[in-house]
Design a binder for this molecule. Structure first.
Ligand SMILES: [Zn+2]
Length: 313
């Protein structure tokens, strides 16, 4: 296991002067290793395959995660406290599965620690991301923005999609860095989202499953996330990359048990659940879209940047 050898990966498309030359550049800011895959893996794989420069910034090592591999439970925060280092290797393998070559940890690996779920004493750890000074953390992200100059920035909504402190903080840091970036601010900022219609369809599809992630929930409005369809701006159909996303899910083995509902989604006969991801537009102009809701089909829609390789889309 090559733990820790790729905390900062080399970038794929650079000029002799070290400048990134891909026309389309997208940056994703995530809280923990595995969030990139579960939330945006298909999107990342699609843009990487199309020749866009995809930059993943992960804010913590995910030290406080539960461990679903029995022989690795000794790595837990309360035992050897080695889970974070182990998850670097899982993230490295996930990026390889998604075709993403530019990955960094905010401020370097281990700068910020997983804060654990809201209200736990781990929120108060001196290195907890939840405790990070906003401008310091945003300054570190700003350095990456200045280097990569992405046109599109992806992060979470103000509630971090479901209320985890590190997700909320990732949102705050990304938005503050965007504000500080001035002329270099990405033209569009998206927040990950799950449309209510997709949740309702998922609840129906899983109703009789023994693995029902919605068990005990009667109404889609009772879920801590779920965005009205009218507020969704983009639907990224990356069904071609559902297999790559599934491969990336598999390598996050400490976090995602083989019984996970994510694998049930992969078996969905419609084949769309894993490969289709949705976004709200937080900043920038919505580009042209399609379908009954006029959803964009490309996060670069409306921007004047050439597609590197339309075939990858
Ligand atoms: Zn997370």
């Amino acid at each position: 296991m090559r733990v820790g050898c790729h905390a900062v990966r080399t970038v794929a498309r650079v000029s002799a002067a070290g400048e990134i030359t891909a026309a389309q550049r997208i940056m994703l800011v995530h809280a923990h290793p595995d969030d990139e895959t579960i939330g945006t893996g298909a999107t990342m794989a699609r843009y990487a395959a199309a020749g866009a420069h995809v930059t993943l910034v992960t804010c913590t090592l995910g030290e406080e995660g539960e461990i679903h591999v029995p022989e690795l439970t000794g790595l837990a925060a309360g035992a050897a406290d080695q889970l974070g280092g182990y998850r670097i290797a899982e993230l490295d393998a996930a990026c390889a599965a998604l075709g993403v070559t530019d990955h960094r940890f905010l401020g370097g690996a281990g700068r910020f620690r997983d804060s654990g779920m809201m209200g736990l004493p781990t929120n108060d750890h001196p290195r907890a991301f939840w405790q990070a000074d906003l401008d310091v953390a945003a300054g570190l992200l700003l350095d990456v923005i200045r280097e990569v100059r992405p046109q599109v920035l992806v992060t979470y909504d103000p509630n971090g999609l479901y209320g985890h402190p590190d997700h909320i903080q990732a949102h705050r840091v990304a938005m503050r860095a965007h504000q500080l970036a001035g002329d270099l601010a990405p033209a569009k900022v998206y927040w990950t989202a799950v449309p209510r219609s997709a949740l309702a369809a998922g609840m129906e599809a899983f109703a009789r499953s023994s693995d029902n992630p919605f068990a005990g929930i009667d109404n889609v409005d009772d879920l801590p996330f779920g965005c009205p369809d009218s507020e969704i701006a983009a639907r990224i159909d990356a069904e071609k990359f559902a297999e790559a996303k599934l491969a990336a899910i598999r390598v996050h083995a400490t976090q995602i048990p083989p019984t996970s509902w994510l694998y049930s989604l992969a078996g969905d006969p419609t084949g769309q659940s894993l490969g289709v991801e949705h976004y709200r537009l937080a900043m920038g102009e919505k580009g042209p879209g399609n379908g009954p809701n006029g959803w964009e089909e490309d996060l670069f829609a409306g921007l004047d940047v050439a597609m590197t390789s339309p075939a990858g889309a």
